[in-house]
Design a protein around this ligand. Sequence first.
Ligand code: LRH
Ligand code: MN
Length: 404
Amino acid sequence: MSDEYKLWEEKQQDKGINIGWVKDRLKSFKVETPSWGYGDSGTRFKTFKQAGVPRNLFEKLEDAAQVNKYTGMCPTVAIHIPWDKVDDYGKVKEYAAQLGLKIGAVNPNLFQDDDYKFGSLTNVKADIRRKATEHMLECIDIAKEVGSNIISLWLADGTNYPGQGDFRMRKHYLEQCLKEVYDALGDNMRLLIEYKCFEPAFYHTDIADWGMSYTFSSKLGPKAQVLVDLGHHLQGTNVEHIVAFLLDEGKIGGFHFNNRKYADDDLIVGSINPYELFLIFNELIAASLDENTAQTAANIAYMIDQSHCIEPKIPAMIRSVLNIQTAYAKALLVNHDKLRRAQETNDVMAAEAVVREAFETDVQPLLEAVREEMGLQPDPMAAYIKSGYGEKILSRGVGGKGWE
Ligand code: LRH
Ligand code: MN
């Protein structure tokens, strides 16, 4: 333990922070990486293909294992169907286990098949709704085969012009289909319903905001919860308030971490607005300390959902995980008793200071000490770069598997 860290720890303890508790929380904190974050992805303008990109799900798992190896906190990988469709999902489960991984959330894809041009579970045509529902049921079977307990649903369904669709009729179709899917879930399975305000639909989206996802998941039952993607809100939305509200309702089940300056930019989480990420964790930690919301907070699936259009894939994923770990570590330093006292006396400046000072605290000494205690390199990015893995995979060539 470095002298620098000993000094840092004493200073925190003087502020009434229980460092032992902070370290334990950091050591048990896990983030899921997305298989599609290792593949080529782009914008509607261009997908820049990179050398060394995985050519199949097995190579995506190998790359995800690198992120877990150096960060020590990413033991699960989310998959997307059909992007990650294989003949034998048992082999996937086995190979993941060999790499020290488990398959996490299974993401259905109801936005790329030509039949879904005018919607999937909301389509006016019953046979299209049937096809979309069958795909959801197939994903539940896949989840059972790979040992996953999360179905993570995002619907692109919506319209581009006033009058194009009947909002209430589409809502009824969606509720009917979701009910059938919900009833097919395995005992320990959850259905996470992701909302998004627009894109690819540009007039209305059938699951457009947290309230709609909350209503659908509340009507379905306890195994359905809201998934919050940080890039799916209109500018100016207070996301940490939505998170606190859903925590209090016991209806938030997961996150898609990324960051944005404008719309659903899917940039590296914490790269544009690290304070927002910190404030979201501040709400999550406060809820974990409250017996009424601790269970919900404990069951949240933390997942990354990004598309690395110009970044080298694995370093971008490692950076994302480290940014999340840093924001979480800072939020663990909020002195909640001091904050409550300031709030109860309407001492605005003191309350703001408690939160901001935690954010402004350099947590690198803490993270290096925790990694050391976990048997990890103090600087995961440097350790990965030094491994030469990035050069080794160049032999895969260009044109690996992307979003198609
Ligand atoms: C939609 C979304 C959804 C995924 C996709 C890769 O914008 O966030 O979660 O299916 O990105
Ligand atoms: Mn998402």
